[in-house]
Design a protein around this ligand. Structure first.
Ligand SMILES: C[C@](O)(CO)[C@H](O)COP(=O)(O)OP(=O)(O)OC[C@H]1O[C@@H](n2ccc(N)nc2=O)[C@H](O)[C@@H]1O
Ligand SMILES: Nc1ncnc2c1ncn2[C@@H]1O[C@H](COP(=O)(O)OP(=O)(O)OP(=O)(O)O)[C@@H](O)[C@H]1O
Length: 288
């Protein structure tokens, strides 16, 4: 097979409600995943051995990289000893709540399944994905908005796309997901709002009266510990965003805009602070 180059997109979480804690320490949650136009690029080329390189030297290129972990997991599952040379052009900030590493892992599973002619079923790939990370199944199986339950692996394709501009900002604070789950303020007694119905009304009927229900349960603790992250959310709202929130466990913050010129104004303000940013057009999906 000729060398293959694939984009790995990031995600944001629209609403993130942590509903309980399992005996194994993982948390049950309800959230809506949405793709954004911020991506890594992964190139796969023939090799007798399994190896990778990465444009971001801060990331490992051994089995601690999620790309290599995904490749080895597929090799072991399929009993195959095929090799590949992986080149990761890393653009999505990590420790950002944007799922970049999870997206890379899903891209490796899906691409090598064909590249190596393994032909594992989606169910088999799903089983490998969830072991690599709770966010990995979303990137493996979905291209647009998805409602997620469980630990984030029970997915329902909403067949929807967000009909507005999205500005996503990385405030240059790396927040570990483990830290966030250890420090968030639990509200398990709350009856969670129906995020699936609310996001359908938002996208299909323009119903915005319930936007306040799309809370991110990591926000209060993250904002207490990282006031600069909290300020980014306020800056987006002051720039004309009609809704802004932390994404995942952070530190990235995103804002929805009706007008492109307002979104561009917010981008300029963030870039003046040397924050990395991305803008996503209405109707975006990960279909390639
Ligand atoms: C915060 C989210 O990104 C929301 O989409 C996900 O819940 C986290 O997904 P992820 O980064 O793929 O998480 P994993 O790499 O699977 O898990 C990292 C750590 O986060 C905690 N974790 C993760 C997911 C979950 N539902 N409950 C948890 O408590 C666990 O301590 C786990 O060891
Ligand atoms: N290819 C990779 N890209 C990014 N991070 C990687 C990769 N491989 C391993 N990692 C490690 O995995 C950690 C989590 O990466 P990832 O980008 O998935 O999480 P995140 O940005 O915190 O998003 P989320 O909180 O939504 O999972 C990183 O902090 C990094 O240490």
């Amino acid at each position: 097979m000729c060398p293959v180059s694939v984009k790995s997109f990031a995600k944001i979480n629209l609403g993130l409600l942590i509903t309980s804690k399992r005996s194994d320490g993982y948390h049950m949650l309800e959230t809506v995943f949405a793709p954004i136009d911020w991506c890594d690029t992964i190139e796969f080329s023939h090799s007798d051995t399994l190896s990778m390189c990465c444009t971001d030297s801060a990331l490992p290129v051994d089995e601690n990289n999620l790309c290599m972990r995904a490749a080895k997991a597929l090799q072991e599952s399929a009993g195959c000893s095929a090799g590949v040379s992986i080149t990761l052009d890393k653009r999505i900030p990590f420790g950002a709540g944007l799922g970049g590493g999870s997206s890379d892992a899903a891209t490796v599973l899906r691409t090598l399944n064909e590249f190596w002619n393994v032909r594992a079923s989606l169910a088999d790939l799903h089983a490998l994905a969830v072991r690599l990370g709770a966010d990995v199944p979303y990137f493996l199986e979905m291209t647009g908005l998805a409602f997620a339950r469980g630990i984030g692996d029970e997915l329902e394709d909403l067949s929807l796309r967000l009909p507005f501009h999205i500005v996503t900002v990385f405030p240059e604070e790396h927040i570990s997901t483990v830290w966030a789950y250890k420090h968030f303020y639990p509200r398990f007694e709350r009856t969670p709002p129906d995020l699936k119905q609310l996001v359908m009304a938002l996208c299909l009927e323009g119903e915005r009266s319930c936007l306040g229900a799309f809370e991110n349960d990591f926000e209060p603790a993250v904002f207490d510990h990282y006031p600069g992250v909290k300020k980014v959310k306020q800056d987006l709202l002051d720039s004309g965003s009609f809704y802004a929130s932390l994404s995942g466990s952070g530190s990235a913050v995103f804002g929805f805009f009706d007008k492109r010129e307002d979104a561009d104004g917010a981008l300029m303000k963030m870039r003046q602070q040397r924050f990395r940013t991305s803008i996503t057009a209405p109707g975006f999906s990960m279909e390639q």
